[in-house]
Write a new protein. Structure first.
Length: 255
């Protein structure tokens, strides 16, 4: 049975929590703590996926998790979203119904239309139909998906499916939005649209945590966590991390 913080209505998950259980533990007014994860350790057999990783994710800000393949980004985000058990440490999250999660895949249903994907998501999270349609129409128009809302998602481009996946993750206005490499492999225009959605969610008060391999995207975030082989290399504001790096970069013209 997960524990509940004495004062703040936040689930402390040290093992996967079924949505029904999380919903029972969730209360309406959530003051999401800055420390979403503390001293996490995760093993897959003999392989260490995370080793003593902590993360701050303040509400209303974007926190970027960067690192190469195998650094532990996906494992960390799965722990934050409540879908993966930790071997050690503490994960604080606002419950299943107040968390939006986009896995490294697009998180959409290819045999449903764009509208049907959004309708299904709204019903799953208990968003009233009128509210869902109003939000969906605005998001679809802004991201260039309004003209394809009746098409099967399986017939859409990768960038379109990725944008729809982010829309599904934030349609219910979650308190915690977790996105696993949402812009990887998509065109520059779609990346701009996705960052508009991400910024919009943060401006609405969500704590946004996203994984990325793009350093230029990481610089857009308020906070940054750099991982390598499951360990934290640096954590803090982008300016603080850049300022703490030793050495200097010199540019020399080639004759």
């Amino acid at each position: 049975m997960p524990l509940v913080c004495g004062r703040a209505p936040v689930v402390l998950a040290q093992h996967p929590v079924r949505p029904a259980v999380a919903d029972q533990l969730h209360r309406a007014a959530i003051d999401l703590p800055e420390h979403v994860a503390r001293d996490l350790a995760v093993r897959f057999g003999s392989r260490i996926a995370l080793d003593g990783v902590s993360l701050e994710a303040p509400a209303g800000q974007v926190t970027a998790v960067v690192g190469g393949d195998g650094a532990g980004k996906t494992t960390l985000l799965r722990c934050l979203a409540g879908v993966l058990a930790v071997d050690r440490g503490e994960v604080r999250w606002p419950g299943a119904t107040r968390t939006g999660y986009l896995a490294s895949t697009s998180g959409t249903y290819p045999d449903l239309t764009v509208d049907e994907n959004l309708d299904f998501t709204a019903a799953a999270y208990g968003v009233p139909a009128g509210v869902a349609h109003e939000r969906g129409a605005e998001y679809l128009e802004r991201t260039g998906l309004a003209s394809v809302r009746t098409r099967l998602v399986g017939d859409l481009s990768g960038g379109m499916r990725q944008k729809l996946g982010v829309l599904r993750a934030l349609l219910h206005h979650p308190d915690l939005l977790v996105l696993d490499e949402p812009t990887t492999g998509i065109d520059p225009v779609s990346r701009v649209d996705l960052w508009w959605l991400i910024a919009r969610a943060a401006a609405a008060g969500a704590a946004v945590v996203l994984a990325t391999t793009y350093l230029d995207e990481a610089e857009r975030a308020t906070r940054l966590l750099a991982l390598d082989e499951g360990r934290a290399l640096a954590e803090g504001s982008v300016d603080d991390i850049i300022g703490s790096m030793p050495g200097a970069l010199r540019v020399r013209a080639t004759p």
